[in-house]
Design a protein around this ligand. Structure first.
Ligand SMILES: [Zn+2]
Length: 51
């Protein structure tokens, strides 16, 4: 087991927010929203916290 972490499979996806093409480290499922890194960060930061 060499190079276990350096060669992760990446999947092409289109960001649901800005429609930019991006790659994600998981397989995008149909009907599931995928975000590019910029939008993902933005959404994470703006998401209201649940208590
Ligand atoms: Zn985006």
């Amino acid at each position: 087991m060499e190079n276990a972490t350096s060669d992760r499979p990446m999947f092409k996806a289109t960001c649901s927010k800005c429609n930019k093409e991006t790659t994600v480290p998981f397989e995008p499922k149909p009907g599931r929203e995928v975000y590019c890194q910029d939008c993902y960060k933005e959404i994470r930061n703006s998401k209201p916290r649940r208590y």
